[in-house]
Design a protein around this ligand. Structure first.
Ligand code: ADP
Ligand code: ZN
Length: 217
């Protein structure tokens, strides 16, 4: 089963992808996580884009994805989070999957108001070590600023600063939102209300997946 979790920055793509990845035992591929890991291991080329809220060039992203999709753990499916983000990337993906005799089964479009996503981005924290996601309003850690899973410090992403948040939303509207029409035309896009709690969004997503891709049941 090949899924795309789509939506604006901060809507909860990462949280939903993690939950779905656990349930269906297929890998969660987040281009944002891949780039942040690369930056942490010293690839400073990417900083100029990621920390400013700009898109990494299509050629770079496409290469990273092509490599991930060929890996053994993707043979039964995968969940893409944060990719594709441009029409060029979507076309590249289609072609790369075609070569592997695969296709995207479903695009889940997470929808929430701009106020809601700004609120979520501002409250978002990440574990500095294991990457676990928290939210100071809806998914608080048990102990302030400490990861429940590994005990490391929680940090705020550089691109979650208010000015960068605005930039990311405007990049989303311009470059990424047109993909909604693109996938609507292919009749594989389903909208999911992303305003409720993570568990409810997850339940709604599972219902849609089991209805649209029945072999998962
Ligand atoms: P969010 O969806 O919350 O904005 P991500 O973690 O998905 O955050 O992405 C963080 C940053 O990584 C983006 O702002 C961009 O710089 C880069 N990035 C991630 N995925 C892509 C992509 N598919 N194309 C271009 N840049 C990307
Ligand atoms: Zn942790």
């Amino acid at each position: 089963m090949q899924l795309i979790i789509f939506g604006p920055p901060g809507v909860g793509k990462g949280t939903l992808s993690d939950l779905l990845s656990n349930k269906f035992k297929i890998p969660h591929i987040s281009t944002g996580d891949i780039f942040r890991n690369e930056i942490n291991s010293g690839n400073s080329e990417l900083t100029q884009y990621v920390e400013k809220g700009l898109l990494v060039p299509d050629m770079v992203v496409n290469k990273v994805i092509e490599k991930s999709l060929k890996e053994e753990n993707c043979k039964n499916g995968f969940i893409l989070d944060g990719y594709p983000r441009t029409i060029d990337q979507a076309e590249f993906l289609e072609n790369a999957l075609w070569k592997l005799n695969k296709k995207i089964d479903l695009v889940l479009n997470l929808a929430a108001s701009e106020d809601k996503i700004i609120e979520r981005l501002t409250a978002r924290r990440n574990c500095s070590k294991c990457g676990a996601l928290y939210n100071l309003i809806t998914m608080k850690p048990k102990k302030k600023d400490v990861c429940d899973k590994c005990g490391s410090a929680l940090i705020m992403r550089k691109d979650d600063e208010p000015e960068t948040i605005k930039k990311r939303i405007s990049v989303y509207r311009q470059e990424t939102e047109p993909l909604i029409e693109y996938y609507k035309k292919k009749k594989i896009l389903i909208e999911i209300d992303a305003t409720p709690k993570p568990k409810e969004i997850f339940n709604a997503a599972v219902r849609v997946i089991e209805e649209k891709i029945p072999k998962q049941q």
